[in-house]
Design a protein around this ligand. Structure first.
Ligand code: SD4
Length: 328
């Protein structure tokens, strides 16, 4: 009987591991434990700039959340993206998996589905997050907003108007975060249960001050999360555009299937991110990967300056580990 293992992104992932590990130890399925762990982080508005309610909104001040879940036994998966007013997007993603023939619901459709499923719609904003948004966006304070029929001034064109939505190159609130001050707002939880099954959950508010409508890697199966009992589980955090570009999590799982260790596979994914950046002539973005194989081996790696730490729980012990940085 395998020993249960659970790993989660960032120091606040410890909260997820603390919740999930006892559940796994008493025989709960991997996906249930991973979801309970992710929800513990979503629930906690005191984890600053983190996941769920209380995290940092988009450029228009709206908090839109993304999440995905995947069950390694069957490859069943579900996701929601750009969903507002739902406290537990990961739980909603699981309903998509279980109650619909679909994998991904977005925006208003995801919210409508949440209502059908009995989720309450709630105000997700905290004063702290709103204050910080206002400080960063003085140009968007209500008194400064353009009046109806008033032409927006030329210099205030958004990055998307300028035809440059790449977070590495555009210079607005979202890109400042993407290029440098990445605030850690994603928890990815990967779990191995006592029956040897794998499950994974990823939940996020995305990049702080992202352009409205922007969706990152977290709800994209194969990018922010992939889980297959026959090969392993992988998840990601960081600048989602770069993770999507290389299909990060599926790539890691397939490298594990081909015999690489979780550590080797995560390092190779970082090298792939570097190679993709070099082909585009840009600096590599900050991204991190973590992985868990069906035997309980774990691995993690990040690109330079990401300072990625992650929580690992096994045999009643929880540790915070520093991921290896892979230089370009
Ligand atoms: C995204 N990968 O939406 C997420 C952001 C993240 O720590 O992981 N932040 O691109």
């Amino acid at each position: 009987m395998p020993h249960p293992v659970v790993i989660a992104t960032w120091p606040f992932g410890r909260r997820a591991v603390e919740k999930a590990l006892p559940l796994l130890t008493r025989g709960e399925p991997a996906l249930d434990a991973a979801l309970a762990g992710a929800q513990a982080v979503e629930e906690d508005v005191t984890i600053r700039n983190s996941v769920g309610f209380g995290s940092l909104p988009d450029r228009l001040g709206r908090l839109t959340l993304d999440a995905s879940v995947m069950d390694g036994r069957t490859l069943a998966c579900g996701a929601v993206a750009a969903v507002e007013h739902v406290r537990h997007p990961a739980a909603l993603a699981r309903r998509v998996m279980e109650k619909t023939p679909h994998v991904l619901l977005v925006g208003e459709g995801a919210k409508w589905f949440a209502l059908q499923e009995g989720f309450r719609l709630e105000q997700p904003y905290t004063l702290a997050a709103l204050r910080e948004w206002l400080e960063r966006h003085p140009d968007l304070r209500p008194e400064d907003r353009p009046q109806p029929n008033q032409k927006p001034p030329e210099e205030k064109r958004s990055a998307s108007d300028a035809g440059s939505p790449d977070p590495e190159t555009c210079r607005d609130g979202a890109s400042d975060i993407a290029a440098g001050e990445l605030s850690h707002d994603t928890v990815t939880v990967l779990a191995l249960d006592v029956k040897g099954h794998l499950g994974g959950v990823c939940t996020t508010s995305g990049l702080a001050y992202k352009l409205p409508g922007r969706v990152g890697d977290s709800p994209i199966i194969g990018a922010g999360l992939y889980v297959d009992d026959t090969a392993g589980a992988a998840g990601a955090t960081g600048v989602g555009e770069e993770i999507i570009r290389i299909g990060g999590s599926l790539l890691i799982v397939e490298w594990m299937r081909a015999g690489k260790s979780p550590q080797e596979a995560c390092e190779m994914a970082c090298q792939r991110v570097h190679a993709a950046a070099a082909r585009r002539g840009v600096h590599p973005a900050r991204v991190a990967f973590l992985a868990l194989d069906p035997k309980g081996n774990v691995g993690a790696a990040c690109t330079a300056k990401t300072n990625f730490r992650y929580a690992v729980g096994r045999e009643g012990k929880i540790e915070l580990l520093q991921a290896k940085e892979i230089p370009p």
